[in-house]
Design a binder for this molecule. Sequence first.
Ligand code: PEP
Ligand code: MN
Length: 353
Amino acid sequence: MIIPKEDRLNDAQLREITAIVEDFGCRIQVIVGTQRSVYAILGDERSELLISRIEGLPYIDRVDTIQSPHKLMDIRSDLASNRIHIGGVTLGEEPLFIAGQCTIDPKEPNLFYETAHAVKEAGGHVLRGGVWKPRTTPHSFQGDSHSLDILLEASRRTGLPVNTEVMEEVHLKAALEADVGMLQIGTRNALNYSLLRKVGEFSGPKERLILLKRGRHMGPVDEFIAAAEYLAAAGNPNILLCPRGTMPSLEGFRSHPDESITPLLKEKTWAPVIVDPSHSVGKSVYVPACALAAIVYGADGLCIETHVDPRRGIGDDPKQAILPDTLKKIIEDARQFWKLREHYRDEAEQVAR
Ligand code: PEP
Ligand code: MN
């Protein structure tokens, strides 16, 4: 990874570097961060001659050759200085709250507008709303492109940025043309490498955020971080990692709750961790404890399904959406727990070292 002295290379500098790496059979991928851009060398970058030619250029600070299966997402990577912002929050400085319906019902736009206002009122920063839905059976409601207009209208009415899941290129293009600030990659697509590449490539230049759910059949945390590496390597490092429970489920819960992997992720990667307690436990009464546990474990924020009237909801909402009043309490308590984490910061830093 090439780190320039200034925040970005100019066109002539980029051309010069591209010509050098091409001599060694490699190519350059530009990764536009919020603070600065870095330039990944794709191919075998270990040639000493390649590295010293690039380091010899007057506008280059250094070339990082981290030996890691996820060198861009690695905590030692220069991208660790990347700051991600959305909804008035800088990740890491205060908890980020994403909330809203699992699914937008295209027949009930007003219900979504009410939920949107209630999420804002409760202190949410980003409004979630499923437009296209990955459903376990093909006979269930699959979402509706018209719901994208409802999502955008709710964003205009509340001023909140929005999150929605994309499952294929047409969704991706529609969401990017619209003002969707955060793209979600769901648990089922977390290992869909061709989709990850496309999302990274198309969303990078537009500086959109990506909420990457943990695949429900994923094993070691490295597999999750490597999936994020696909997004970064394709050009977008504005990634939030989202544990959401894995399979097989713990009897009684929808999934096997995995908020406890948060510190393991944070030891290995700089990416913020946003836990989704809703799909983890799958039942609204269990959501508050899971949400607060996640914050105690060190999460940077939460993504919670919330609905003004869950019984009238569709998708997951009747089972697992919480009411806006509950969201408000969780947000208040999460802020308290966030502060209490300070007590253990020194110990946590020692473990990380
Ligand atoms: C969702 O967010 O509604 C969803 C389908 O999430 P997951 O991919 O985690 O199941
Ligand atoms: Mn859902």
